[in-house]
Design a protein around this ligand. Structure first.
Ligand code: HEM
Length: 510
């Protein structure tokens, strides 16, 4: 008899060992894991692939809302993940110095050891980067930038006007229109560079980046970070990254060739001070920052503007009230700018906030985890002691539809944001579409200004309503559910993805 084991025997042992391992893992995760007492879908309690699947199908926000309805305020949405649905958890997680962005954010690294503002987890490094970038988003800097932004908004108004002259009335698809506007504005903010998506087709590929989709799928499986190959550099080289990155690189090189003054403008994206035209490291550094900055500042504002136009087209009472406010506050187009008059438009601000509530541009769960060294003080979220290594978060879409904080959450009611709104008043403590704390949105003031000016100008120049039969409803199950609830249909790709609405515009008084 041969002493060697047969390959069949080895394979059989391997299979048995594999099955035994899986069986023990299932047993452990369901019954002995520190989070085993938390409710949630069985598949989510067993594997991160649950989140990855729903992220892939771009409906994770809807699934999370449903799971809160089915299982309660705190749910287990991965073997090591808890999602909360309370205002207290928002504060405990996002305004907590003991908490960092989850390691999962590192999937957006383009090379080991290279970090940008978005994925810098080290508090010191993040603070330094935020300080550099923040200099260009202070109140004073935004005021100085306003004329440039205004010029782009005027181009936008001109584009809409070209759709409604007497001989050529065509519906406007607000999604690409607002994307082109917001990317053009970001091009000027970051590089003082005219990308001109509004008027030319050359750079329009920039409005189709799939970076945030891959980021969203990958961050659901945080163990992928350990593989280090799962970086967006790798993913983008497979997908559309090349064109986007090349465009950014060309823009940066072009700016550098224009001289020292422009270099200083660009410097805010890099902590390095020595800059020369052929400094490849510096260019890579700036490019990595610029990529996420660009996405952060353009996809989001475009969602806000598209969704608001959808809600106004569908809710005519709100539309009439906003028209009255804008057309009585401003006597002419040139009066529409930042200042006391714009600030007095309380209903405009209420419409923006209600849109951000119903259609948050970043609708998902922003994962965080405790600092690993903080072993002395246990991490507590909404009264729950969080074991080490567990990721926590509040799902933005779910909390903004939580009936406890916002009555009739699927109804567009800007009035809930007005002072003295009474019993139905919105709960501001549960309102964080820009997130909170050290990693909260750096461009919040700019986003409100851009959206306020654009909306005020649209309303001042045009009347609009939805183009018959054309209002976009992408054919996804989740989107249908939203449409039933009279919501602007979005897909969750970290940043919201959408199409439409299609609107018919007429010049006021015509
Ligand atoms: C309606 C518009 C916007 C919304 C709803 C929004 C929302 C957010 C949210 C939720 C975050 C946190 C992301 C996370 O924790 O992973 C964030 C971060 C950020 N946003 Fe915005 N944003 C908007 C517009 C803008 C604009 C216009 C800019 C730039 C001009 C901008 C720049 C940034 C930056 C730089 C960060 C990273 C901050 C940090 O990590 O310290 N955002 N934004």
């Amino acid at each position: 008899m041969s002493s060697e084991l047969s390959p069949t025997f080895i394979a059989a042992c391997g299979i048995v060992a594999g099955i035994a391992y899986l069986f023990l893992l299932v047993l452990y995760r369901l019954h002995f894991h520190p989070l085993s007492s938390y409710p949630g879908p069985v598949v989510a309690r067993l594997s991160d692939l649950f989140g990855a699947f729903y992220a892939y199908s771009t409906s994770l926000h809807l699934r999370t809302l449903k799971d809160h309805d089915d299982y309660g305020t705190v749910i287990r949405h991965g073997p090591n993940k808890l999602v909360f649905n309370s205002a207290r958890a928002l504060r405990d997680i996002y305004k907590n110095e003991q908490i960092l962005k989850s390691r999962a954010y590192l999937v957006s690294q383009t090379a080991p050891g290279v970090f940008n503002l978005f994925n810098a987890r080290d508090p010191q490094l993040h603070h330094e980067k935020r300080k550099l970038a923040g200099r260009f988003l202070t109140k004073k800097s935004i005021e100085a930038f306003e004329p440039v932004m205004m010029h782009q908004i005027d181009v936008f108004i001109h584009q809409i006007a070209s759709h409604c002259d007497d001989t050529n009335v065509r519906p406007v698809n607000m999604t690409p229109q607002t994307k082109h506007l917001s990317i053009d504005i970001m091009g000027h903010l970051l590089f003082n560079y005219p990308l001109n998506l509004q008027t030319e087709s050359t750079h329009r590929h920039m409005s189709y980046s799939r970076a945030s989709f891959f980021f969203n799928v990958a961050t659901q499986v945080s163990s992928l970070v350990d593989l280090r190959v799962w970086t967006l550099q790798f993913l983008w080289s497979m997908m559309s990254r090349k064109r986007y990155v090349h465009t950014l690189e060309n823009v940066i090189r072009n700016c550098l060739s224009q001289g020292q003054q422009v270099k200083h403008k660009l410097l805010f994206l890099s902590a390095k001070s020595a800059v020369s035209g052929d400094d490849t490291d510096w260019i890579n550094d700036v490019r990595t920052e610029a990529l996420w900055f660009m996405l952060a500042g353009s996809d989001t504002t475009s969602t806000l503007l598209s969704a608001l136009s959808f809600y106004l087209a569908r809710n005519r009472r709100c539309y009439q009230r906003l028209c009255k406010e804008i057309r009585t506050t401003f006597n002419q187009d040139s009066e529409i700018r930042s200042g006391a008059r714009l600030a007095s438009c309380a209903y405009l601000r209420a419409c923006l906030d209600e849109t951000l509530r119903m259609t948050p541009p970043l609708p998902g769960t922003l994962w965080r985890e405790g600092i690993s060294q903080s072993s002395i003080k246990p991490l507590i979220v909404d009264g729950h002691v969080i074991p080490k290594g567990v990721q926590v978060g509040v799902n933005t879409y779910a909390i903004l539809h939580n009936e406890e904080y916002f009555s009739e959450p699927f109804t567009f009611k800007p009035e809930r944001w007005l002072e003295g709104a009474g019993p139905g008043e919105a709960n501001r403590e549960a309102f964080a579409p820009f997130s909170l704390g050290a990693h909260g949105c750096l461009g919040k003031s700019m986003a409100y200004l851009e959206a306020s000016l654009t909306t005020a100008k649209i309303i001042w120049h045009f009347d609009f309503d939805e183009a018959p039969g054309m209002l976009a409803v992408p054919g996804k199950k989740g989107a249908k559910q939203q449409a039933r609830n009279s919501e602007f249909p979005i897909r969750d790709s970290f940043a919201a993805v959408h199409d439409g609405p299609y609107l018919n515009f007429r010049r006021v008084g015509s």
